[in-house]
Write a new protein. Structure first.
Length: 339
């Protein structure tokens, strides 16, 4: 089986975890601080605040910016649920802006029409570390950025997240919010959360960060090989990449269109049965999820509604080698034949 995603954990991660276990210091401490410094330095940001998950990072970042009831946050419809749920957990309302058909990111040309007097923030989504936009790394754009270190991401801590910013005030508030509002132990200046990253997670993160650039290069090489192999198959649109960007390929997303002879569901089923990990991208625009419909959160994003039913993912992670790429391409080519 070629898995759709696989965390790569080696001797460096094992040694780092053993060191933490031997120290007896498991809660947030020196390893977390070291991870924060290294991550901030890698992005060229002043502050990095480690938390328990990408969801926690979004929640804390929004609260640190004062997002709350009566306000709106502009988000895309093609994203994980946490992009909307964290806005709602702050008491604000998510407002959806349609995506660009080729990149699947929020369409900048459509943002202005969504801005009202209630708009407090615009929250575009990048999927993973290692990407670049016009020479700037993802995470070094905008006032504040958030990362997830979930197990399948380009680098992982198992579960974990990071907030990065150059704003001293936002960083200070984020650190308070992740730690029960405590500037010092048992003194609480605001109502916060236990969103602290563990020393074990940070130790893994430090080892993974050192490998990130090499892994992104391998993902990009795999993506080039996949795109070359799929080029010319009518009805399949591979990921787009302009010369102004560096795609880090957390996911390799293909769009199925007419006249491809099989439906997306048939593609996924056939490839899975053939031992090739394949799954749909997000199954629907976020505003069609029951949890949001029940809250009367509405959206109208025609491009997202048109393309989402055709999106599926193929394995692109660094564990995929040339032989696996050839196997994936051959299997997809086989699905394209009608004889």
């Amino acid at each position: 089986m070629i898995p759709i995603a696989r965390p790569l954990l080696g001797e460096e991660e094992l040694a780092a975890v053993r060191e933490v276990l031997a120290s007896g210091m498991l809660a947030q401490g020196a390893k977390v601080e070291a991870f924060e410094r290294a991550f901030a330095k890698d992005l060229g940001r002043k502050h990095a605040i480690a938390v328990t998950s990408g969801t926690a990072a979004l929640h804390v970042a929004l609260l640190a910016h004062g997002i709350g009831p009566g306000q709106e946050v502009v988000i895309p419809p093609l994203t994980f649920f946490a992009t909307a749920s964290t806005v709602l957990l702050c008491g604000a309302k998510p407002v959806f802006v349609d995506i660009d058909r080729s990149s699947y990111n929020m369409d900048p040309a459509k943002v202005a029409s969504a801005i009202t007097r209630k708009t407090a923030a615009i929250l575009p989504v990048h999927l993973a570390a290692g990407a670049e936009y016009h020479g700037k790394k993802a995470g070094n754009l905008g006032d504040t950025a958030c990362f997830s270190f979930y197990a399948t991401k380009n680098m992982t801590t198992g579960e974990g997240g990071m907030i990065v910013t150059d704003d001293d005030r936002i960083a200070e508030r984020a650190r308070l919010l992740r730690h029960h509002g405590q500037p010092v132990k048992y003194e609480h200046v605001l109502v916060g959360f236990n969103y602290r990253m563990t020393e074990i997670a940070a130790a893994i993160g430090l080892a993974q960060l050192a490998k990130l650039d090499g892994w992104v290069k391998q993902r990009r090489a795999n993506a080039r090989a996949l795109s070359k192999g799929l080029d010319g198959i009518e009805g399949l649109v591979p990921p787009a990449e302009g010369n102004w960007m560096v795609h880090s390929y957390y996911q390799y997303i293909v769009r199925r269109e007419e006249p491809f002879p099989r439906s997306r569901e048939e593609i996924i089923q056939d490839l899975t049965e053939d031992g090739i990990g394949c799954r749909p991208s997000y199954p629907m625009p976020l505003y069609k999820q029951k949890a949001l419909r029940d809250l009367k959160i509405r959206g109208h994003c025609p491009v997202a509604e048109d393309v989402i039913p055709g999106l599926f993912e193929l394995p692109v992670h660094p564990g995929v080698g040339p032989a696996e790429v050839e196997r994936i391409v051959a299997a997809v080519e086989g699905l394209a034949r009608t004889d």
